[in-house]
Ligand binder design. Sequence first.
Ligand code: NAP
Length: 317
Amino acid sequence: MTEATGEAPPIPIRVVLVGLGKIACDQHLSALAKNPSLELVASVDPAAQGRDGLPHFTSLDALFQSDLAFDAAAVCTPPQVRSAIALRLLEAGKHVLLEKPPAATVEEISHLEERAATLGVTLFTAWHSRYAAGVRPAREWLGGKQIRSVAIVWREDVHIWHPRQPWIWRPGGFGVFDPGINALSIATEILPHPLRVTHSALQYPANCEAPVAAQVQLEDSGGLEVSVDLDFRQKGSQTWTITVDTDEGTLELLQGGSVLSTPDGIQASEDEEYSTLYEHFARLMREGRSHVDMAPLRLANDALLLGSIERVEELNV
Ligand code: NAP
């Protein structure tokens, strides 16, 4: 019973983590542990060991063959295998959270969206950067202002942030768009109109099948230009910044969206991205709704499709 209402608290929704790699261990485990509406009941990963007595399976087959009961899954695998896993879970009547990028192609997401609607289960494309502390206030600050230009600079050292992740360099791995798509997810959240790709230049290491750097131009229907500079070869200080020039001054989202600077001052808060993301997932499941947004994936894939290709020095991957 809760003291306030005298009612029994709702039974937690039982969640399985599929893919127990870097992001699952860095963020999903703790965010799930903090949310009383959700209960982590198992993990699935062919390589990783399970955690602290949590039931662990090396494949989805093994999970489904067990008698473990669960309601939902968060799919934190590399993107190349995500949609096949998600489809199997949806067809089994499970709610699904997709880490970003939600799949390798827009077609894969469209199919998952249609199946989730038909089967009456929740599908959530979880663009985690949209839950960074500065993003919502940035969107509110920009409301009604005239935006003159936008510049995105996302430069990081791949060897620090993605060690031992060869999938990033394979087809469907997105290369530098793996972090870059986070910037696109913020831009499509804070800017008022849909964007399209007008120009793209890509640099591919001689030994890789995905780009290590990209310079992309985007435009909205009103002619607003957005420049995007992505680079995985950054040494020293790392940059994840979006600068928006408006008729009432300049807004900057720094450190991946967690710090907001405007002419009114600087706002920075504790990183609660994944806690907020799971609160939203729990709400969607309780309310029987899906939340599917393909806009960042569409932009990344169009930039990869339209981009001119320059071969650059081999990368140690
Ligand atoms: P990771 O460390 O390589 O982890 C992925 C895990 O999934 C690996 O343990 C992998 O096992 C496992 N896996 C592969 N195929 C599987 C399958 N069929 N079933 C179950 N598990 C499977 O990669 P990550 O950094 O966590 O990234 C995963 C996703 O999260 C990516 O889409 C990435 O964009 C996103 N993300 C990453 C970060 C970050 O900071 N790293 C932040 C936000 C979002 P094997 O190693 O044996 O293949």
